[in-house]
Design a protein around this ligand. Structure first.
Ligand SMILES: [Zn+2]
Length: 132
């Protein structure tokens, strides 16, 4: 990650970010219970799918079994240090993309530039739906 970019984005407007997050939550799509990828509901018939595929269902089962043996609550979500680091990295990229939009808007960027930055923000957010 570029240091200049990090410094440039050090002053975030947290309250605004939180407001936006709350607004989005109401229409949140369904996600795989293991990897977090969005589950395509158009391909589901009948019962709701909890996982995007067999591999994720299997890994979730294995993790659940291990969690039960450990004595932790069965709905505990356990991420490895590597998984958390990757998640934090993608969260940082999301914040940078969001702040790029805010900066461009503040500096009077033209609609085309704003559209491109907003598309980049959406792409970054989409990538973040994947937890692992
Ligand atoms: Zn999955």
């Amino acid at each position: 990650m570029n240091d200049n970019h990090a410094a440039q984005h050090a002053t975030s407007e947290t309250s605004r970010d939180e407001t936006m997050a709350v607004a989005r939550r109401a229409s949140a799509p369904e996600h795989c219970g293991w990897c977090g990828r969005r589950i395509d509901r158009s391909s589901t018939v009948g019962r709701r799918r909890r996982y995007c595929g067999h591999a994720c269902r299997q890994r979730a089962y294995e993790r659940r079994s291990a969690v039960e043996r450990s004595g932790l609550p069965t709905d505990a979500v356990i991420l490895s240090t590597t998984e958390v680091a990757a998640l934090q990295d993608r969260l940082f990229q999301l914040r940078c993309a969001a702040e790029d939009v805010a900066t461009a808007a503040r500096e009077g960027a033209d609609p085309e530039e704003l559209r491109e930055l907003a598309n980049e923000l959406a792409r970054t957010a989409h990538e973040l739906e994947r937890l692992r």
